[in-house]
Design a protein around this ligand. Structure first.
Ligand code: FAD
Length: 241
């Protein structure tokens, strides 16, 4: 949160205008070309438009008439009461890697346990594809708690003070979507980073900026191209809201 607020401050300082609570509802077009966005209040012309709408990026792409199969992958986190510093590093079970790489929609859980500076311990991580179902799930929370106790038996008698959930932006091939969209010239995407979007945000921003100003990107962006997906697959989930 602090990092996001800081980045926003830097963007404003660099001349960006932020329009909160004003979702994009459509695109301005000049033939095929995307020439800006439309909101409920105004039309905003732009030389280039970047779709960075996270888990909702597929819906935004659809407004531009292109398909991006970004689906919500729900995840829960438990937060314990503050403890003395007993967990000093982020500790994972190796199963976590297999869960991330899995294409299954069913509930998966492998422990990721991390102490924070304030003493609370964060316990993740579940993954499941249930659309944008925001309901708390006791089976998911139980699996998280059991996994954490398996790694750190000392947590058995510790109180959980809260739980929260979010929707990771999941692409079927587990790669993000970064770059210009040849199906809608003028439209670029930076989305679909699943459970790594915070860590990858600065690198992604750098690639996007390099492409936008016509520099050679530091990294070959071909694997991330937006048009790599089949025209439509039966389990597209971004439509289920
Ligand atoms: C439980 C959980 C744990 C996670 N742990 C980690 C972790 O440890 N490390 C890590 O790197 N990542 C982690 N992630 C993943 C990370 O949160 C995401 O990858 C990241 O937030 C995606 O960033 P984003 O900027 O692409 O999308 P978002 O942060 O979702 O931002 C998209 C924005 O677009 C806005 N938007 C949507 N539709 C419109 C519209 N029509 N018009 C205008 N704006 C719109 C939304 O309101 C939102 O503000 C975790 C996610 C979950 C759920």
């Amino acid at each position: 949160m602090l990092a996001a607020a800081h980045l926003l401050r830097l963007a404003r300082r660099a001349g960006a205008t932020v329009l909160p609570h004003e979702p994009v509802t459509g695109f301005l077009r000049d033939g095929e070309r995307v020439t800006g966005v439309r909101t409920a209040r105004r039309a905003i012309p732009a030389g280039s438009v970047l779709n960075a709408a996270g888990t909702w990026a597929g819906q935004l792409a659809e407004l531009a008439g292109v398909r991006l199969p970004v689906a919500p992958r729900r995840g829960f986190i438990l937060v314990t009461e503050p403890l003395p510093a007993i967990i000093r590093h982020k500790v994972y079970l190796a199963d976590y890697v297999a869960d991330v790489a899995s294409g299954s929609a069913a509930l998966q859980s492998s422990p990721v346990v991390e102490g924070t500076r304030s003493g609370t311990v964060l316990i993740g991580a579940t993954r499941e594809r249930v659309g944008f179902d925001a309901a708390m799930s006791l089976p998911a929370l139980r699996r998280l708690a059991a996994g954490a106790v398996q790694l750190f038996p000392v947590l058995r008698d510790v109180a959980v003070i809260r739980a929260y959930r979010g929707f990771r932006p999941y692409c079927p091939d587990h790669l993000p979507v970064i770059g210009p969209d040849p199906r809608a010239p003028g439209l670029h995407h930076a989305c679909g980073h699943e459970g790594a979007g915070i860590g990858l945000s600065l690198g992604t921003a750098r690639l996007v900026a390099q492409v936008l100003v016509g520099d050679r990107p530091d990294l070959d962006t071909y694997p991330f191209r937006p048009e790599r997906f089949a025209p439509r697959e039966p389990n597209d989930q971004h439509r289920r809201i």
